[in-house]
Design a protein around this ligand. Sequence first.
Ligand code: BGC
Length: 754
Amino acid sequence: MKLNKRVTFLVFIVLGYQSTFAQKPSSVEVTDQKVSKLLAQMTLEEKIGQMNQYNGFWESTGPLPQEESAKLKYEHLKKGWVGAVLNVTGVDNVRRIQEIVVNESRLGIPLLFGSDVIHGYKTIFPIPLAESASWDLKAIEQSARIAAVEAAAVGINWTFAPMVDISRDARWGRVMEGAGEDPFLGAKIAAARVKGFQGESLSFPTSIAACAKHFAGYGFAESGKDYNTVDIGTYTLYNTVLPPFKSAADAGVATFMNSFNVLNGVPATANSFLQRDILKKKWAYRGFVVSDWGSGKEMIDHGFAADLKQVAELSANAGSDMDMESYAYINHLKTLVEEGKVDLKVIDEAVSRILRLKFELGLFDNPYKYCNFKAEKSNLLTPEHRAAALDVAKKSIVLLKNKNNLLPLKKSQKNLAVIGVLASDKNSPLGNWRLAATDSSAVSVTDALSAAKISYSYAKGVELVYGKTNFPDELSINTKDSSEFAQAVALAKQSEVVMMVLGEHGMQSGEGRSRASLTLPGLQQQLLEAVYRVNPNIVLVLMNGRPLDISWADEHIPAIVEAWQLGTSSGTAITQVLFGDYNPSGKLTMSFPRSVGQVPIYYNHFASGRPGPKAEVFWSHYTDESNKPLYPFGYGLSYTEFSYADLQLEEQLSGKLKVSVKLTNKGGRSGEEVVQLFLHDQVASQVRPVKELKAFEKVLLAPGETKLVVFELDSTEFGFYDQYGKFIVEPGEFEIMVGGSSEDLLKKNWTLRK
Ligand code: BGC
């Protein structure tokens, strides 16, 4: 009896506990309930307002807007007809605008404040392409974290980053914003950057919403010309373009941005296959999609929509939830709903997604969460942020050539000449999308040399040439005037070593900056050759936002360092590498072509049916150029030397494949090596790439040290998406390759069993 009572009591407790447990809604459910409750109170106009985003339109801390269009936008704010703004920053400005919406609109729904915080806010980190060359996911996450801390301090709660577009075309100016040509690495970096921006929880004070862009295919613009047609097959879409987006979605990215391009003839903004079928259905993505700037309106120029009204209909129905600066939704969605052309369900779904993020960010609890004057004063450009920017800048540098160990230079180096306008330029290292950085605030190479008390003499040789307007397209590097060559050549003649800092100025890459030629811009190649004729002992430091064609330099110049655009601490990072305080460890994430004619060039291409080389002419090649890139994906030297040995493959009980290799530092100084694992599916139901990166690890080794580097691959790493988007793993023969670049590899075969 007693026992029975106890059992009954226990059952009661367990059931009671279970029912309490079952009743308690999850935080996701709680947010969904709040969203539904609010949605039920909203008028159609207010709902459509949430789907509308405006660019900052007036100096909000000054007098009220006077211009007609600005007055209208101001009225919309007061009515709650705006869901987000962009390019409004600074606590004062943000607070003022948020107050209008919160205090004057009927429901007081707070705004999102978006901005392109691409590689830092005030403290500028290396451009993303450079950072990807670090292969250091922790450092990359940290760079995004700091960017978020700074952005949050000035009122921004949403960044239009990371850009996760894979690109194989160095002519496209926006390769500077991405992580290079590889989908596996791109996916890892996408997740790291999302984590960095969003922190552990969006509700934290320094977390900001991230945005995976541009969905999808934008990096495949034909002939590398920005905004151009994209024409790729679904096989490339699923296996190359989408993985970084999927990874960002899995990492919890709050939003997606669609893109300017068409895919299969349908502009991304009205592409229901991408936004509805893949993103929202297949991936069950719960965030929202914002259009790219005016990408809705551009569908009229594409000849896809007759007018703005049709733009609104097509975009909303295809799952583009928020309209950035097309004015299509605010002007036409209401009529379209009334006419039955857009279902109210479409609106409700879009608005729910937008409201959900506002709840998750905690904006309903505190609309001024990001308006903290103290943080604005104390969180920008701090010594810690600068130190982190320097750290990742050093890690991003890639040593391309070092004949006879010309590098590192000695600090006591006598007669050092420094040549090139970029050596003293404090603006270019900030790169494009430098947001709130003060112009010319980077440490230049000459600044850093002076600070390190290294003696040098300097001649620019060429100048930055400013056009009549400030329009960046007009900024160039001398194209005609070689009057400063003589001074540079004379200096080189009397020097032991010449450091030449050449490349692109900071606005020569980025959006709209496609180039048809990939050589050193302006007269810099001529300058390099003129200096070389009198003194070949040259260290060439490249500053650029994309792979360049430096074939001549590779043939003639003994030492070449790829220093990209490294941000705030650029010159210091470069100097520390050139003088051996830091042993370079970066590896390229985009192939460098030998000439622009090879582009698009990428390591993970398919095998041709006519591989070579062959003596006769009928094989897949150029008659006037090698098939090989100048520097391949994954390539980068160190001041020490690494050797790889003893590649072993072993199936684990878990079914995973264990791959191990012995890595030895054979040189005299410690250094880091990025160990890369590739595989090749030898026979498959669809042709597979000759190599695909599947794992990597950055390893630090002391001189003489050997380490066993171990990877574990599960069967999914052997799979791929078929042309219909189905993920398949096919048993059979694989080649497993491990090494320090995509072209220098140990190989072994492996049979994947059923
Ligand atoms: C770019 C986007 C950017 C947006 C807002 C567009 O021109 O393509 O990447 O986020 O502008 O600035």
